[in-house]
Design a protein around this ligand. Structure first.
Ligand SMILES: NC(=O)c1ccc[n+]([C@@H]2O[C@H](COP(=O)([O-])OP(=O)(O)OC[C@H]3O[C@@H](n4cnc5c(N)ncnc54)[C@H](OP(=O)(O)O)[C@@H]3O)[C@@H](O)[C@H]2O)c1
Length: 321
């Protein structure tokens, strides 16, 4: 089968579209014929091997798992003898532990949710990492009607879900993004859009009940200046230094928060079939719509990643098979 393989860390040039063995499923896995996959910030970080701390998990000198990719949607081709929830022909989606950018994946059934009719494979493939992260961030922030929510990084994969989900919860939403993406963020429901190239919201007069930080581009003290006295700051940012990445921010958040009336939280997204089912239901009923700027065939994954990194892509970029 064809897959996107990388045998060294680096920019998109390290990716090859090539033949690999079709995965075996044994007794307890589901073989899925992948119809769509989506690219996450984490896939790019894994490809670059940066921040370096990631290499402890993914391979010190070179990647341990040669096939990139986490988010997939597709059709069940076969199931192992112990699989109870799925059978051949079912349409499913979910988050893999790598090896997703391929014609077939072998997944534990606990990683997969049924894809409803009315949700396309492309839409379903956008949900596992980005949709779940947005949903769990808003839950951590206890977002409720009338609360003010600022999404720092509102135009990206996670942010476009966070804005829409916060609106479904009745929040008043401010979205921070680049000028290229301001119209998009307004169109998905943000009440206020802040262009980060022209305005530093941390110097404004506004106070937010919840800040979902997907960009990590300000000091904690600056975020706290514009956080309400009992507000919640959520750091979901994978950005940071080249060696430790987000870890210093996540440690700082955990260390300082107990001494404050404001709550500072690090977000560690957990795979959840219930959350995937909930998100797919919101799409099926028209309450949210994944933002997909472009689709690329699997064979052009390297071009898709170049586009994301050069052009400040909007929402999600999806690979189709
Ligand atoms: N904690 C977890 O478990 C978890 C899970 C998933 C993702 N994440 C993290 O969440 C973050 C976002 O992921 P993503 O997939 O949404 O990435 P993405 O699609 O690349 O989006 C990045 C967003 O950041 C914005 N941005 C860039 N520079 C900015 C600045 N100076 N000020 C404000 N916004 C800025 C971008 O806006 P423009 O494009 O308009 O410039 C875009 O909206 C990443 O750091 C990722 O590692 C964490």
């Amino acid at each position: 089968m064809k897959a996107i393989v990388y045998e060294e860390y680096g920019s998109a040039e390290v990716l090859r579209y090539t033949d690999v063995d079709k995965p075996a499923i044994g007794d307890d896995k589901v073989l899925v014929r992948v119809r769509a996959a989506s690219i996450n910030y984490g896939d790019r970080a894994t490809m670059h091997g940066s921040p370096s701390i990631m290499r402890l998990a993914f391979g010190l000198r070179r990647p341990k798992k040669a096939v990139l990719g986490r988010d997939i949607a597709g059709t069940v081709e076969a199931v192992g003898a112990k699989v109870t929830r799925f059978r051949a022909g079912d349409q499913v989606f979910g988050e893999m532990s790598q090896r997703g950018f391929a014609e077939y994946v072998a997944a534990p059934e606990t990683h997969l949710a049924p894809k409803p009719e009315g949700v396309t494979f492309e839409q379903a493939a956008t949900l596992p990492v980005a949709g779940t992260t947005a949903l769990q961030a808003l839950r951590l922030g206890e977002v409720a009607p009338g609360r003010t929510v600022l999404v720092n990084g509102a135009s990206g994969g996670v942010g476009t879900f966070a804005v829409q989900l916060a609106k479904t919860l009745g929040a008043v939403v401010s979205g921070v993004c680049s000028p290229r993406n301001a119209d998009l963020v307004r169109s998905i429901g943000a009440d206020h859009v802040i262009d980060y190239t022209r305005e530093d919201f941390t110097r404004g007069a506004g106070r937010f009940d919840v800040i979902v930080d997907l960009a990590g581009n300000h000091r904690l003290s600056e975020f706290r200046r514009v956080l309400a006295p009992k507000g919640v700051y959520i750091s979901s940012s994978g950005t940071g230094g080249a060696v430790l990445g987000p870890l210093p921010r996540l440690f700082a958040v955990a260390a300082i928060s107990p001494f404050l009336s404001q709550r500072l939280r690090g977000l560690y997204t957990k795979r959840s079939i219930d959350d995937l089912t909930h998100l797919a239901g919101l799409i099926a009923t028209g309450k949210i719509t994944p933002v997909i700027e472009r689709t690329y065939p699997l064979s052009e994954t390297a071009d898709a990643i170049r586009f994301i990194e050069a052009e400040h892509a909007r929402g999600k970029i999806v690979l189709t098979l």
